[in-house]
Write a protein that binds this ligand. Structure first.
Ligand code: PRP
Length: 258
């Protein structure tokens, strides 16, 4: 674990990942990430490979892409294929676990990705984040059993899928914690006595309520983000700029309607 990235409000802090421009030049771009592409992987300088987070964000991401004019056939989506192309042959979408999106994008296997800010906060991946898509809005919170007494002494046991975010949050407050890393169903941990509290994602709040937990504190908010590989941003500048522009238009439309 690298200490410089522990502030959850300073995500992807190895370099400034938020970029505003949509132009780019391939003149000085390194091709090192390209060399990592498997030779069997069809590669076109015009086609963008986009990694989409499977699960809660997938449908919203595809709907947003559809509004941006990027159509994937229902038949392809209904299949169990994990890589599908759009109708125009401009994009290849690969469906991967959320935590793997920044990995594929950082390594240049995917040029772009759509993934939650929560995942990016937890990741150490060095990727560009040009656009907040405003989808899958949720919060990362500290939650504890309803009616639990305030824990103001000794070590706090915290169960979470977000060990870095949790450690940074409590570390910033000088609260000694033992982080217990889980892969899912985190709400069970305090119910079964594994932890005093959890750090987890809350969208509707239903899972917390159904398991007798309540929000103690909101750490930060999360929405889906478009991420871009640094080399692709230059080597495929036109295609990347086209995608950013198309998504920005529909994202702005959604935001202005709300
Ligand atoms: C997430 C999160 C909560 C739940 C919150 O889990 O970790 O468990 O969703 O959603 P809600 O506020 O709308 O109830 P996810 O569905 O990703 O499954 P997991 O527990 O297996 O990680």
């Amino acid at each position: 674990m690298k200490s410089e990235n522990l502030n959850p409000n300073y995500v992807n802090s190895r370099k400034d990942s938020m970029i505003g421009g949509e132009d780019g030049s391939s003149e000085n771009a390194s091709s090192s990430t390209r060399a990592a592409r498997p030779s069997s992987f069809h590669y076109s300088s015009h086609m963008l490979t986009v990694a989409l987070a499977k699960g809660r964000m997938q449908d919203e991401a595809l709907a947003l892409l559809g509004r941006a004019g990027v159509e994937v056939s229902g038949e392809a989506l209904a299949s169990r294929r994990l890589a599908v192309e759009d109708a125009e042959g401009c994009y290849r979408f690969v469906f991967v676990k959320p935590a793997d999106v920044p990995v594929y994008v950082e390594h240049g296997i995917a040029d772009c990705g759509v993934v939650g800010r929560d995942v990016l906060l937890e990741s150490e991946a060095d990727v560009l984040q040009p656009l907040d898509l405003g989808i899958s809005r949720c919060r990362i919170v500290v939650a504890a059993p309803d009616g639990a007494a305030a824990h103001d002494y000794g070590m706090l046991h915290v169960a979470t899928k977000y060990p870095r975010i949790a450690a940074a949050h409590f570390g910033a407050r000088g609260v000694p914690v033992e982080i217990i890393q889980l892969s899912g169903s985190v709400e069970l941990a305090p119910v079964l006595g594994l932890a005093d509290c959890i750090v987890d994602l809350v969208e509707t709040g239903q899972t917390l309520a159904d398991n007798g937990l309540r929000v103690v504190e909101t750490i930060t908010e999360s929405t889906g983000r478009l991420v871009v590989n640094r080399a692709s941003y230059q080597l495929k500048a036109v295609a990347v700029a086209r995608l950013i522009k198309a998504l920005r238009e529909v994202t702005t439309a959604v935001e202005s309607k709300a």
